[in-house]
Design a protein around this ligand. Sequence first.
Ligand code: SF4
Length: 443
Amino acid sequence: MNLQTCIPAISGPLIQDKEDEPPSYFALTNPIEVEDKTFTEPSRFSNLLFVEQSKTQHVNLVSKRQFRKFFFPQITSKEWNDWHWQIQHRIRTYTQLSQILQLSYEEQIAIKRLGTRLPLSITPYYMGLLSRDNPMQPIRRTVVPTLSEFLKMPGEAEDPLGEETQSPVHGLVHRYPDRVLLLVLDFCSTYCRYCTRSRVVGHNAIYPSKSRLEKAIEYIEKTPTIRDVLLSGGDPLTLSDDRLEWIIKKLRSIRHVEIIRLGTKIPAVLPQRVTRSLVKMLRKYHPIFMSLHFTHPDECTEESYRACAMLADAGIPLGSQTVLLKDINDDVNTMKSLMHHLLKMRVRPYYLYQCDPILGSGHFRTPVEKGLEIIHGLRGFTTGYAVPTYVIDAPEGGGKIPLMTDYVVGHDGESYILKNFEGNIYRYPDQYVSRSKMIFRDQ
Ligand code: SF4
């Protein structure tokens, strides 16, 4: 069945040929051709479309094009690459989803029972990355609800980080002395099932109204210790350029605000949002930093590469935030592959988060030991830049606490006993040596 039957009527010419596609970030040599007739058979369709996607960018490119041709046949490249179109045509209902994916029984029941929980929303672009018939595909699990969301485990809470208790103004969290988190809105183009702010996100709880934002900005203005403002939400890049600029401009006019950061998942779920006009606007307000949310190597498509390249070229330092998720990215090879992609995208791996204990997140959480094991498997075995800091955001507003495998074995007199990445033991003479032990060097 064609998705066009369940989304608003869309007119426009059919895609004519490859020339209709946007320019690729990669030079394509010998691209793999897949014939349209592939799509007459669902089983072949799913195999060709998704299973191979991590192996080569060429296959991935062809697959996404075929997905669009099959499910959105009337849509031009211009429309597809328009972020407004992507947002307007998010997949949000059971009917829409079931026409694209072969839903498992668990998924079907969960979606029908969602009620007032975190809503379902997936951009058509991101849908094109999902496996059609495998509910266990890592990135599919991050956005398609399952029954496990309805189970509560000990220690879980609606607001595990205690953000509400540290909000002097609605939507502004002041936890650390010199920086604040400004939640500009509660809307995201695609909702992650493990979202720390699922209590507000998608619920019309935080609206980007001028009056609310003015109150928050006034608080920042009156608090000279604040030198760093992080804009988050929801996803701040889902605001129009004008509305986003209004906020950034106001903040930039405050003398003690030194840096402005934006937290976003846009380059992974809606890379079309990174437009020339957006980066032109952002670069006027440097220093601007961005924390990008990536979860799995399958998100690192040519479109994501292109979006990150545009941001990096605009002089925006890019860091990544990744949540450690069970059976999604909780093994060394997957994490290493993601970190390597990020470096190639000029994104410095920054934080690896232990998944916060929000309600119904038990199926996503790994033991802390698993996170330590992954960091241990990266440190020394790959570029130091590729190793993020593994942190637990402490419950009740304690802030981020870094965790590391113990490389300090102990002390022996004035020496430190250390263990390297391979487990070999070394003795390091500490800086302090008593004068009585000093000797003259010959030269
Ligand atoms: S993008 Fe961020 S704020 Fe939005 S649903 Fe995902 S984790 Fe939550």
